[in-house]
Ligand binder design. Structure first.
Ligand code: FES
Ligand code: FES
Length: 137
């Protein structure tokens, strides 16, 4: 199977690996697992309460190369976006950008779920209306 250059680049040089301080009110943490393979992804966002914009994003993925690449790309896309814009990130955009093969589509679903789960955590923590909806797969 031939993987795309972009996928290999994100896999070999993952962006924004790390941890944000959960004690910070602006930090939302999403932790999700893929039922297909047992891979686990943690993605965190830092939101500026004034602007509701995402100023930072970090991830740690215990999983396959496509899941690592998907979450790395997701953190790049998240920075600078508003919470609403982040909620609109669709896993198929990740599939397209990384040219994921069909058997790896669920890895991108994991990234979309991790984004939504992080936003949900942020919204709940701050007593905001929860607009992040995690779809059942
Ligand atoms: Fe399961 Fe990639 S997340 S194989
Ligand atoms: Fe893979 Fe839902 S987690 S389809």
């Amino acid at each position: 199977m031939a993987y795309s250059e972009k996928l290999l680049d994100h896999f070999k040089n993952p962006r924004n690996v790390g941890t944000l301080d959960k004690a910070n009110a602006g930090v939302g943490t999403g932790l999700v697992g893929a039922p297909e393979c047992g891979d686990v992804m943690r993605l965190q966002i830092q939101v500026d309460p004034e602007t509701q914009k995402i100023t930072d994003a970090k991830f740690k993925t215990f999983g396959c190369g496509s899941a690592i690449a998907s979450s790395s790309l997701a953190t790049e896309w998240l920075k600078g976006k508003s919470v609403d814009e982040a909620l609109a990130i669709d896993n198929m955009a990740i599939v397209e950008e990384l040219a994921l093969p069909p058997v790896k589509i669920h890895c991108s679903v994991l990234a979309e779920d991790a984004i939504k789960s992080a936003i949900k955590d942020y919204q709940e923590k701050n007593g905001l209306e929860v607009t992040a909806v995690l779809e059942a797969h």
